[in-house]
Design a protein around this ligand. Structure first.
Ligand code: TXA
Ligand code: MG
Length: 331
């Protein structure tokens, strides 16, 4: 769907105001960071985050990195341990992303964190990115601003090559200093683990913690190595029954489309809009889990969702959630 006019914004007070306005309206704006250009959207809006997935054509809902203006803002979204605080103090702003337990009381979109209990946070060092975060005055979800599977963009022209016509705006911010995505570090209890090597040398991170090294996490043989693909997706407690035509006596219902509003249940999109459905997916599954427990239903029956656009990603998540739990935990 290459049908919108992607505007180029200048690095001026006016450009920043325009970008903040677009972001508040739920649109996507590409901006430079010191690593790569990010495709930003309001991290507290499921709908805005769904726009990121649509623009990128992502086949699955990988959790996104949440960008904030400073460490204080990050502490408002996640529970920091001592080594995380030390790394943040030493390397933020900069090409380091920390994966930490998400605070239970945040307004962050469930879709942005793919339904996980953790959140990936980063304070970018690029001056324009930081001024944009201040102008927007809230967290921005931002994956690299390229179509899914493509090479990360380090210049405005790369962004336009891949996403021109699919996003609202891109900043004219020059080339990215680091040109490689951030290093991602998570924690097992308080032990740091390297989830993705990147723009910050892992040796430097280890040294800052007085450690000899930071290892990659051990994975079961054959498991995919992208952290977003791990056993990390949100699966509701109740099992799912897919491609159902309606709820049976002991089921709650997750519908899709104009004829699919049935009780007890919820509709992903009563207009049959897959972007709206994607924005609702994680929140609805969570709510139906609660409802199922309340009324003693055993199963969440799910209407068929078309496979086009974000429907592909919705089906991917539904299939993971519906897979036998032992198999799902190895995905
Ligand atoms: O340099 C960067 O990090 C760039 C710029 C724009 O900031 N952003 C970036 O985002 O590379 P993205 O979405 O392309 O990569 C996000 C990575 C994915 O591999 C994802 O699986 C991982 O971060 N990730 C995000 N949240 C996670 C979480 N809660 N647990 C584990 N991994 C997570
Ligand atoms: Mg990427």
């Amino acid at each position: 769907m290459n049908d919108i006019n992607t505007v180029t914004l200048a690095d001026t007070a006016r450009g920043l105001r325009a970008a903040a306005g677009l972001l508040r309206a739920g649109q996507t704006v590409a901006f430079p960071t010191e690593t790569v250009y990010g495709l930003g959207a309001d991290a507290c809006s499921d709908r805005a985050v769904a726009e990121i997935y649509r623009a990128k054509g992502r086949p699955a809902f990988n959790p996104l990195i949440i960008h904030v203006a400073d460490a204080a803002a990050a502490e408002g979204l996640a529970l920091f341990n001592a080594p995380a605080r030390a790394l943040a103090a030493r390397f933020w702003p900069g090409p380091l992303t920390l994966v930490l337990p998400r605070r239970p009381d945040t307004r962050l979109s469930e879709l942005a964190t793919a339904g996980l209990q953790t959140v990936a946070l980063r304070v970018p060092a690029h001056d324009l990115a930081r001024r944009l975060l201040v102008a927007f005055n809230g967290p921005l979800a931002a994956p690299s601003a390229n179509p899914s599977g493509g090479v990360s963009p380090t210049a405005r022209s790369h962004v336009l090559d891949g996403l021109g016509g699919r996003i609202a705006a891109v900043f004219d911010g020059g080339d990215c200093r680091v040109g490689l995505e951030s290093t991602i570090i998570g924690f097992l209890d308080e032990k740091p683990v390297l989830l993705r090597p990147g723009g910050l040398a892992v040796e430097d991170a280890a040294a800052a913690l007085g450690r000899e090294r930071i290892d990659q996490p051990l994975r079961p043989a054959g498991a995919p190595d992208a952290p977003g693909q791990l056993a990390s997706h949100y699966a509701p407690r109740a099992p799912l029954r897919l491609n159902a035509t309606g709820p049976r006596a002991d089921e709650v219902w997750l519908g899709f489309g104009p004829l699919a509003t049935m009780r007890p249940g919820l509709n992903l999109s009563s207009t049959g809009d897959v972007v709206e459905a994607a924005a609702n997916l994680f929140a609805h599954l969570r709510a139906l889990d609660v409802l199922a427990a309340e009324i003693d239903a055993r199963v969440i029956a799910v209407a068929p969702v078309p496979h086009h656009g974000l429907g592909l990603a919705i089906n991917d998540r539904l299939m993971r959630a519906a897979a036998p739990r032992a198999a799902a935990s190895a995905m």
